[in-house]
Design a protein around this ligand. Structure first.
Ligand code: PDD
Length: 279
């Protein structure tokens, strides 16, 4: 198989899959998801992704129909069905299938969706352009839900502006990006927004925070402002697919580029971790 679609036990190429219209993902985006990378049959940071999925599901009272070990086994077995050695692995749980009615259905039976598709590793030497967008999202950004419309709108705005990502801000405070977290380096200190309800606690963000003591970098989980970002030594985003990618322009204004050595140490740490753990 080139790509894989899985729905409650059925598998096929994703374009050949059919799912029930009454799946609550279709009516309400009523579900939670995870996205991970895999190489050589190993799903990177799978434990972290599974734990976050269980946390998200529990916050929305979505029942997880299988145990953590069972889910891991299933994902790894599905990975064996695709040809490519480097893949994007996505899975979501939705609150069952029922006629459209807002409140939870009686005894909902959770649906499990999985898709796996080939992935090309990013070139981390390539810098990206960002734009800023007002963060109009709800107050549950810590839950990895399927409700991503403001993220979709912001991402499209970035694309139209020739940028790679949109940076959300609430007034002066920078929160995160449409599908990644954002961090700055200033005077050799790493600053990242606290893991509160305004951001998704990214797994790549957690890995960056873990690498700081190892690399002798002081890290602060403290909100920063647009001005802090525009005047930082380096500005970079992080996420499962972007790893740790630096920006060179925000809203067309040059930013960062003043601490390339420290930035590269963090990038190398993340890539090494990925390569070592997916052999
Ligand atoms: N997005 N913030 C948001 C809003 C995200 O959607 C993501 C990930 C992140 C970074 O999280 P992590 O390091 O765990 O990937 C932060 C995924 C990749 C997606 O939606 O495809």
């Amino acid at each position: 198989m080139k790509t894989l679609g899985y729905y409650n036990g059925d598998t096929a190429e994703i374009c050949d899959m059919r799912v029930p219209m009454n799946d609550r993902a279709c009516w309400f985006g009523d579900g939670v998801y995870e996205a991970a990378l895999a190489a050589n049959g190993v799903i990177f940071a799978l434990e972290d992704h599974i734990n976050r999925l269980f946390r998200s599901a529990s916050m929305l009272e979505i029942d997880v129909p299988l145990g953590k070990a069972e889910l891991k086994e299933l994902l790894v077995s599905l990975l064996k069905k695709v040809e490519s050695s480097v893949n994007f692995v996505y899975w979501q749980l939705t609150r069952g299938t029922a006629d459209r009615s807002h409140a939870f259905p009686e005894n909902p039976k959770t649906n499990l969706w999985v898709t796996i598709k080939p992935f090309t590793m990013p070139d981390l030497r390539q810098k990206i352009k960002l734009i800023t967008v007002e963060d109009t999202r709800f107050l549950h950004c810590n839950i990895k839900t399927l409700n991503l419309l403001p993220n979709v709108m912001a991402s499209e705005k970035a694309k139209k502006a020739g940028a790679k990502e949109a940076v959300f801000h609430r007034a002066e405070r920078v929160t995160e990006c449409s599908h990644s977290n954002i961090h700055i380096l200033k005077n050799s200190v790493l600053r990242t927004a606290p893991a509160d309800n305004f951001i998704l606690a990214g797994i790549t963000r957690a890995h960056i925070l873990q690498c700081c003591p190892v690399l002798g970098i002081k890290a602060e989980e403290k909100a920063f402002t647009i001005t802090d970002m525009m005047t930082a030594d380096e500005v970079f985003i992080s996420g499962t697919t972007s790893f740790c990618t630096a920006a060179d322009h925000i809203n067309g204004i040059p930013v960062g580029g003043r601490d390339p050595g420290l930035l590269k140490k963090i990038q190398d740490f993340l890539l090494d971790k990925f390569n070592k753990e997916t052999i």
